[in-house]
Design a protein around this ligand. Structure first.
Ligand code: HEM
Length: 188
C-alpha cells in the first residue's frame, strides 16, 4: 500500500509542485494567520448547522475543536512544510477523522467550504490579481491535504478489510474492480 509520501508524489506529478505555492503563502503568512478566528467560525457554523455533521461532536467539544482548526489553519498559511507537517496531515488530521467514523463525503465538502471562506476573505482584503495568486496557493496546499485525507481513509478501510478477512489488499482491490464493473449501486 502507498505511504503518504507516495501519495504526495502523485499529487505533485498531476496537480503541480507545492514549493512555489508555499513561497507565496510565506510572503503573506502574517496577515493570513490573523484570519484564524474567521475561518474557525465559518467552519464550525457550517458543520453545526447540518444535523449529520453536528451529531459527530460530543457535548461541549466545539471550543476545543475550534482551537485545533485555528492551529491547523495557521500552520497551512505559514507556508512552512517539512516532513512533520505532511506526516501530521496524513496520520493525525486525516486518520483522527477516520477514527471518529467521519466519511470522505463530509471531509471533502468541508475542505471545499474552507477554500470558499478563504476566497471570500482574500477577495475583500486584497486587489484582484494579488487575491487570485494567494487563493491559488491556498487551494493547492489544501487540495494536497484533501488528497491525503481521502487516500488515508481508503487505505485504512483496505487495511481493516484485509486484517479482518485475511485477504491481501491486492485481492481486495481486484474484487473492487469486479464490483465496480458490475456497476455498484446501479438502479435495477
Ligand atoms: C477537511 C476538513 C477538516 C479539517 C482540515 C479538520 C481539521 C481537524 C484537526 C486539525 C483536528 C485535530 C487533529 C489532531 O488531533 O491533531 C480535527 C479533529 C476533529 N475533527 Fe476535523 N477537520 C475537518 C473536517 C471535519 C469534519 C467534516 C468533521 C465532522 C463532521 C470534523 C470533526 C472533527 C472531530 C470530531 C475531531 C476530533 C478527533 C479526535 O477525536 O481526536 N472535522 N479536525
Amino acid at each position: 500500500m502507498k505511504t503518504y509520501k507516495d501519495i504526495l508524489r502523485d499529487f505533485e506529478a498531476i496537480a503541480g509542485p507545492i514549493a512555489p505555492h508555499a513561497e507565496v503563502l510565506k510572503r503573506y503568512a502574517d496577515t493570513l494567520a490573523k484570519w484564524d478566528d474567521f475561518m474557525a467560525k465559518a467552519f464550525y457554523d457550517t458543520l453545526f448547522s447540518y444535523r449529520p455533521t453536528a451529531s459527530v461532536f460530543r457535548e461541549g467539544e466545539r471550543a476545543e475543536r475550534e482551537e485545533t482548526l485555528k492551529a491547523w489553519y495557521r500552520k497551512v498559511v505559514s507556508g512552512e512544510y517539512d516532513e512533520d507537517f505532511w506526516d501530521w496531515q496524513y496520520h493525525r488530521v486525516g486518520l483522527s477523522h477516520v477514527a471518529r467514523a467521519i466519511p470522505n463525503e463530509f471531509m471533502l465538502p468541508a475542505m471545499s467550504m474552507v477554500q470558499r471562506a478563504f476566497l471570500e476573505r482574500v477577495k475583500e482584503e486584497f486587489p484582484p490579481e494579488e487575491a487570485a495568486i494567494i487563493y491559488a496557493a491556498f487551494k493547492h496546499i489544501t487540495d494536497a491535504v484533501a488528497t491525503l485525507i481521502a487516500a488515508g481513509y481508503m487505505y485504512t478501510y483496505l487495511s481493516a478489510v484485509s486484517e479482518s478477512t485475511g485477504m491481501s489488499p491486492t485481492l481486495i482491490e481486484r474484487h473492487a474492480v469486479l464490483i465496480a464493473r458490475r456497476g455498484y449501486g446501479k438502479k435495477g
